[in-house]
Design a protein around this ligand. Structure first.
Ligand code: SF4
Ligand code: SF4
Length: 159
């Protein structure tokens, strides 16, 4: 298991790490987490594991977070578990543990500028709502691919 630990020799302490250390395990974040309610991720536990040096960036449970940030809003100490989850996901994704469904989404985004395919239903709903037809401009798509390649999204290992 790849260890992610505050103050580990190969990992200089970051500004965010001091925030994660402030967690006093009150569990208020877990109480409002929609994923935890369905047996998914437990934000309090993730913070605890990280501080203890046993957080695993390749743990599939990290991808069960909806990134709603309710945990961050609820935490009175401003620990922001969602940011830690996001950081661990990135670390794992760069080493190849991004789930296939997220990889497909990333590839589609870099190829078309859309995270979800535009289907016949999309077109129908846009028409009903009086919205213009979606036009995928080649230049915009090129720019998106260039921007993605220069951000952390470009570092995600895709199969
Ligand atoms: S992250 Fe905040 S809300 Fe969650 S257990 Fe720690 S102190 Fe409590
Ligand atoms: S951001 Fe993730 S961990 Fe935080 S409350 Fe939402 S689903 Fe739960």
């Amino acid at each position: 298991m790849r260890k992610s630990r505050i103050g580990a020799d190969d990992k200089p302490m970051r500004f965010e790490d001091e925030r994660f250390l402030m967690c006093h395990q009150c569990s208020q974040c877990s109480g409002v987490c929609p994923s935890e309610r369905q047996g998914g991720i437990n934000p309090r536990e993730i913070v605890m594991r990280y501080a203890a040096g046993i957080a695993d960036p390749s743990d599939g449970v990290l991808w069960l977070c909806t990134m709603c940030h309710s945990c961050a809003e609820r935490c009175q100490l401003d620990v922001r578990p969602a940011e830690l989850i996001s950081m661990l996901r990135q670390e794992g994704a760069e080493k190849g543990s991004c789930p296939r469904s997220f990889q497909e989404e990333a590839k589609l985004f870099m190829r078309t500028g859309l995270s979800f395919p535009s289907t016949g239903l999309t077109k129908k709903i846009r028409k009903e709502m009086g919205l213009p037809e979606l036009v995928q401009d080649a230049r915009t798509v090129e720019d998106i691919a260039l921007i993605a390649s220069k951000t952390r999204l470009g570092r995600v290992r895709l199969e």
